[in-house]
Design a protein around this ligand. Structure first.
Ligand code: ATP
Ligand code: MG
Length: 376
């Protein structure tokens, strides 16, 4: 058994020794039974967060909303959450889907209070008291389709009709939560099945922030599998299906500024690449990772793409790869030209980069200074 499981069981043992019930719960048990790769191991216990914190040497408190403590054990981290309700059975009945409500104890024995194993082996997504579960936290409606996308399961009829009639309720869910599920949905092996259901239940009209349209979903269904793609490529591929996208749209998705910049760069060079092949200067400006991602995006959209090895060769052959490798600095320029600091410095440096990258000048200080002087 892999070390993350062994260490998780150590955590369960320690809680048990101190008189608390504790189980591995949720996705880890589900994926273990499906023989799928496990993303992370979550633990549920009767111990309170304070009691958990006292029992382990390395712990961090998560937001109090979920009564979760992160327990570090060696290299592994576990989210240890205090049960909601009085018993462990109350807790599992409050989870989103029966297949996510299975428990495993420290001996590896599986406990199922919600017929989750039957659903798992019949490939069905079902919720206990589905109306209450979906209304309590409407993000769960999107999670249902996320699991369709990942697992290819059917949705229980009652659950599906509840989603169809209550999709508007998802409108108030925080976009941070939506986007995480959306990325996972986009990467799923059965993505198009999930997209069809999002369309037929009309959930797409209510998902906040994404501004989905039938056209966009249709476009997305023609994109190749995003399973191996990074979040950045995945989100860029998605943006390319939308008719109008701008910086504000990306910011409204609650992405980090860094992520927004990465997506914008890929969108920009994707556009440029429609018009022309890569040349040395564009490659230098874009940097190799952006160029590789753009070629991957072209492949995802069934467009002919440049050989990555050739692209890497062009990149390797560049005399410099970033401004700091230039033989002159802004300070050198100010000193040599005896001019005050100003926007001209950046422009001159850009000219120097261009001259060096295109092979018009050697990357040498005197050569570059003269060239810049000549340009005025
Ligand atoms: P993954 O493999 O992607 O991590 P997961 O099923 O583990 O999938 P998580 O988002 O990590 O999903 O959540 C862990 C568990 O917590 C779930 O299996 C489920 O039991 C419960 N859970 C998570 N989000 C919700 C929610 N919105 N409502 C109810 N239960 C939830
Ligand atoms: Mg998980």
């Amino acid at each position: 058994m892999a070390s993350e499981w062994k260490k998780a069981k150590d955590v369960l043992h320690r809680l048990n020794e101190n008189g608390f019930d504790a189980y591995i719960v949720g996705g880890a048990v589900r994926d273990y039974l499906l023989k799928r790769k496990v993303a992370d191991i979550d633990i549920v216990t009767t111990a309170t967060p304070d009691e958990v914190s006292r029992l382990f040497s390395k712990t961090y408190r998560m937001n109090n909303l979920h009564q979760t403590v992160i327990v570090k054990h060696g290299d592994e981290k576990y989210e240890v959450t205090t049960i909601r309700g009085v018993t462990i059975i109350d807790d599992v009945s409050l989870r989103d889907l029966t297949i996510n409500s299975l428990l495993m104890d420290c001996n590896g024995e599986v406990f199922d209070f919600v017929r989750g194993q039957d659903d798992l082996f019949q490939n069905v997504l079902r919720a206990c008291e589905p109306f209450d579960r979906m209304i309590e936290d409407p993000l769960r409606m999107l999670r249902v389709f996320r699991f369709v996308s990942e697992l290819g399961f059917d949705i229980d009829q009652e659950l599906l009709s509840i989603i169809s009639t209550n999709h508007e309720r998802i409108q108030d869910v925080a976009i941070e939560r939506v986007i995480k599920e959306w990325i996972k949905l986009l990467k799923g092996k059965h993505r198009n099945l999930a997209l069809d259901l999002i369309m037929s239940t009309c959930l797409f009209k209510s998902i906040p922030g994404l501004e989905l349209t039938e056209q966009a979903l249709d476009g997305l269904s023609n994109v190749k599998s995003l399973k191996q793609s990074t979040d950045t490529v995945c989100l860029t591929a998605f943006c390319l299906c939308l008719s109008r996208i701008n910086e504000q749209y990306l910011k409204n998705l609650a992405l980090s500024n860094e992520q927004v910049k990465k997506i914008q760069a890929r969108l920009f060079y994707y556009e440029l690449r429609h018009k022309k092949q890569w040349n040395r200067l564009d490659l230098y400006d874009a940097s190799i990772q952006v160029a590789i991602d753009v070629e991957n995006l072209r492949n995802l959209y069934n467009k002919e793409n440049q050989n990555i090895a050739q692209l890497l060769e062009m990149w390797e052959s560049l005399p410099i790869h970033q401004r700091s490798e230039l033989a002159i600095s802004g300070r050198d320029l100010i000193h040599a030209l005896k001019k005050n600091q100003g926007p001209w410095v950046k422009e001159a440096l850009m000219l120097a980069e261009q001259l060096v990258v295109t092979g018009q000048c050697q990357n040498e200080k005197e050569v570059l200074l003269n060239a810049i002087l000549e340009e005025g």
